[in-house]
Design a protein around this ligand. Structure first.
Ligand code: ANZ
Length: 862
């Protein structure tokens, strides 16, 4: 082999690692542990995309580094393999989802191995494996036993086309996120998990986590705890009262109307005859909107008057009762007191329907907005006048409680978790129905395996495909021998990912989901890396299950993931667009004004940077420069297989880490890949010489000189600190700086070369192993000791002296450190400088000032 050839080097090492089980996690528990977890992939039909290797390389670098630092590292991978795409494919082609899933997993596994990730492949888990989902079902039974899983008739997002219920987050603008099919609201029997029972703990325990603040904040908002009051409003001419939940009871005097959710149970009872028709019509329309749509702030307010009035308990005023879809049926009490003076949505509604507005908090003098949501003294509020929000709240709550018209109340946005799907490709519930009542399947009958069916097509009625497996559905209650029916819903895809990190600890364990000795040692996960799209759902659901398992004594930690990092999305290459209008090239802003300009895509050669803008080369015409999300339709998808084919896996790994800070969103650049590829070639040449032959041309047994030692130790320090802080891009810069320096050396002492290879190895493990072996090591470097650095060596071996003439710096000189304090030597060197000689000509030195290690000053007279 005459030059660096990843096609030869990389498969060779991948094979070596697999055959030797280099990354098998040792069972011994004496060493300090480090558990590094990746969000396991859904093995889709399209294979790995470049987003996967981003997070996976980051964790792999840390895993390799920690092993070399003497940690026992758990770094596993598996497959989150239940889910809709395999099932839809089955509907289309008749291929069983199991087959599709197996094939996809095979491809994913090969791709991950091709990237040289140091997973312990003996710990692979697969959520669709009955030996795995047995324990998913077991955990469900724990939830069921504790009363945390229950059946409920719920209005759900029903998608007839997909034949399934969808979570709110899976519905966008009334259409399914997958496929874009219409979604309607429909009441159906569902399984629901009582995550709300854990709301306070899920909130409080966020404090102890080393997670991105934005993610914690999203979870806080999702849980949405608010403290306020419930207040009863008597309905005029009816024997009924409307109870509202409000976070601002202090604004009660400003409640000028009320709004019920269209689904509110009192609507039919109180609606006046004259209003019946319009109320009915409005209810029908609201039915098909998701909560998210109904809550959009920007959306135009709609609503209908019921014809009824309520009495404001604070001041006895009669206020009209409306229905409107911005009030949700399942939040608070499904009814609000509207305070347009302090609430923006209410203000807009009041403006739209000409309802009265009373301010009850005095805005600052310069306030010129509409609703005022800030603090200030209460006004127009009787006995509350002059009080600020907090005191006014307390006073009105006391008053309401004394008068029996309300009380303090805590509310959460978090809803119980809708946990069933009408799909085939999911975990069956370990539940049978006896006399119409749900009953747990005994533990020793787990797993309840998926029955074979020929038709995966969902039924139009909403009955799950499992209902077709009649022989499976009809069973007997093992306890009583009575006829029983199996549950035909399946669990949602989230289920398997709620606890997979535990299964890796003891993947074959047969007595429970996880072996407790291993759990005690390995938990919590020390570092979890994955996309921020999982900030709420997966990460909240997993925390919830973990806490339930904690209460059951299955796990010993309150939280599963101590530190969390999100990798930023990788966008497609930058795209440059200019515009043509009436045959003339114009800037993007002019094009927007003109409206009908034609888009002209440009290539990188056609543009140049001017300040912080891009312009067409040689012109001042601003070009639109933007990177877009990779998508098939845009045609900007980069396939990691192609990159590996052309440049090798080490180049892909290095590039994805070199692009920028891990958390940042970054555009792809093929030029950038070429850049790191050149770096690897330069690295190879450092060892094997310009000719690129196999001999170590430049590596020698010589003692390194001070410079060489300094340059090595600078690299060690920077790379070590940067890996610890997950600043991989700057760690790579430090490696590049080393190579640039070292490539100027006549010879590379082996005591400098070897530590460098170790520093490189977490990033580019294949090339590093290859060089390491050729340096004469018979074993993998995976457990070699990570090089340490010595601050002493970092000091530069020359000392710089500014040389002044009459107090003005005229030159700088470098003095070898050993001679830096020898006055005569330094002075004579100073006087030899060209720029100093100039001043000394025709002048007399009257004084020579020498401050050792600091400065030289020559005082002269003409
Ligand atoms: C009067 C009021 C005055 C309110 C004011 C706010 C500001 P969070 O913090 O999100 O919990 N609300 C209550 N139930 C609702 C429902 N089902 N659908 C839509 N909105 C509802 O907000 C609670 C506030 O949201 C409540 O306090 C109520 O409006 C509204 F200056 O009552 B408030």
């Amino acid at each position: 082999m005459s030059s660096y050839n990843p096609k030869y080097v990389e498969p060779r090492w991948q094979k070596y690692w697999l055959e030797n089980k280099t990354f098998k996690t040792p069972e011994d528990q004496d060493k300090p542990k480090y558990y590094i977890l990746d969000m396991f992939p859904y093995p889709s039909g399209s294979g790995l995309h470049v987003g996967h290797p981003e997070g996976y390389t980051a964790t792999d670098i840390l895993a390799r580094y920690k092993r070399m630092k003497g940690f026992n590292v758990l770094h596993p991978i598996g497959w989150d393999a239940f889910g809709l795409p395999a099932e839809q494919y089955a509907v289309k082609t008749g291929t069983h989802p199991r087959i599709t899933t197996e094939n996809n997993i095979k491809r994913f596994r090969e791709q991950l191995q091709m990237l040289g990730f140091s997973y312990d492949w003996d710990r692979e888990v697969n959520t669709t494996d009955p030996d795995y989902y047995k324990w998913t079902q077991w955990i469900f039974l724990k939830l069921f036993e504790k009363g945390l899983a229950y059946e409920d008739e719920q209005p759900v997002n029903w998608c007839p086309e997909l034949g399934t219920v969808l979570a709110n987050e899976e519905v966008i603008d009334g259409k399914s996120e997958v496929g874009g099919y219409p979604v309607v609201r429909k009441p159906m029997r569902q399984w629901v998990l009582k995550i709300t029972a854990y709301a306070d703990r899920l909130l409080e325990d966020l404090e102890e986590l080393d997670w991105p603040e934005s993610t914690k904040e999203m979870q806080r908002n999702w849980i949405g705890k608010s403290i306020g009051a419930e207040i009863d409003f008597r309905v005029q001419d009816h024997d009924a009262a409307i109870r509202v939940f409000t976070t601002r009871p202090d604004t009660l005097f400003g409640a000028t109307y009320m709004v019920l959710a269209p689904e509110h149970y009192l609507v039919d009872r109180i609606t006046a005859d004259a209003q019946k028709e319009s109320v009915e019509e409005y209810k029908r329309k609201a039915e098909n909107k998701s909560d998210r749509e109904r809550q959009e702030i920007s959306k135009e307010k709609t609503g209908v008057f019921t014809g009824a009035y309520a009495v404001n308990p604070a001041n006895g005023e009669e206020i009209p009762i409306w229905i409107a879809d911005y009030v949700l049926a399942h939040y608070g009490t499904g009814a609000i007191m509207a305070v347009p003076g302090q609430d923006e949505r209410d203000w807009e509604f009041a403006e739209a329907f000409d309802l009265p507005i009373i301010r009850t908090v005095e805005p600052p003098e310069d306030f010129d907005g509409k609703a005022y949501t800030g603090d200030g003294p209460a006004i127009n509020s009787g006995f509350l006048n002059g009080l600020h929000i907090t005191e006014a709240k307390q006073k009105i709550i006391d008053w309401l409680e004394e008068n029996g018209t309300g009380q303090k109340s805590v509310n959460y946005k978090l809803r119980d978790w809708l946990f069933s799907r009408q799909r085939y490709w999911g975990e069956p519930f370990p539940i049978i129905h006896v006399d119409g009542k749900p009953k747990a399947v005994p533990e020793d009958e787990l797993p309840v395996t998926l029955p074979e069916v020929d038709d995966f097509q969902p039924t139009q009625t909403g009955e799950p495909p499992l209902a077709r497996a009649v022989g499976w559905v009809e069973t007997t209650d093992p306890e009583t021998g009575k006829k029983a029916l199996r549950e035909t819903n399946t669990m949602p895809q989230w289920a398997g990912s709620c606890w997979y990190y535990l299964r890796y600890i003891s993947p074959g364990y047969e007595e429970g989901p996880v072996d407790s000795s291993g759990e005690n040692y390995w938990m919590p996960v020390d570092l979890y890396v994955g996309g921020s799209e999982h900030s709420v759902l997966h990460l909240l659901y997993a925390r919830f299950w973990h806490k339930v398992l904690y209460d059951c004594g299955v796990v010993s930690t309150k939280e599963p993931f101590r530190k969390l990092v999100h990798q930023g999305m990788i966008l497609g290459e930058m795209e440059y667009t200019a515009y043509r209008h009436h045959g003339k090239m114009v800037s993007a802003s002019e094009a927007e004004k003109a409206g009908d300009a034609e888009r002209v895509p440009l290539s990188e050669q056609d543009i140049e940077k001017k300040g912080d803008r891009f312009v067409m080369k040689g012109t001042d015409i601003t070009v639109d420069a933007r990177a877009h999300k990779m998508s098939k339709s845009r045609g900007n998808v980069i396939n990691p297989d192609d990159v590996v084919e052309t440049y090798g896996a080490d180049s892909l790994r290095l590039y994805e880490m070199f692009m920028g800070p891990l958390e940042q969103v970054k555009p792809w650049s093929t030029k950038g890949v070429e850049g790191v590829n050149r770096f690897l070639n330069r690295t190879w040449r450092l060892f094997f010489g310009e000719e690129g032959d196999d001999e170590f041309i430049r590596v020698s047994g010589d003692e390194p000189d001070r410079d060489q030692i300094r340059i090595l130790h600078e690299a060690i320090k920077k790379v070590t600190e940067d890996i610890e802080a997950m600043r991989f891009n700057t760690a790579i810069s430090a490696l590049m700086i080393f190579i640039n320096e070292a490539n100027q050396w006549e010879n590379v002492p082996v005591t400098v070369a070897e530590p460098f290879v170790l520093l490189l190895s977490p990033f580019a493990p294949h090339i590093a192993e290859e060089i390491w072996q050729r340096l004469g090591h018979s074993e993998s470097l995976a457990y070699a000791e990570w090089p340490g650095f010595n601050e002493e060596y970092l000091k530069s071996d020359t000392v710089e002296y500014p040389v002044q003439v009459n107090g003005k710096v005229r030159a700088n000189i470098e003095v070898p450190a050993e001679q830096a304090k020898e006055k005569e030597f330094v002075l004579s060197l100073a006087k030899e400088q060209e720029n100093i000689m100039k001043y000394l000509e025709d002048a007399t030195i009257v004084k020579e000032i020498f401050v050792p290690g600091r400065i030289v000053n020559l005082v002269i007279k003409p």
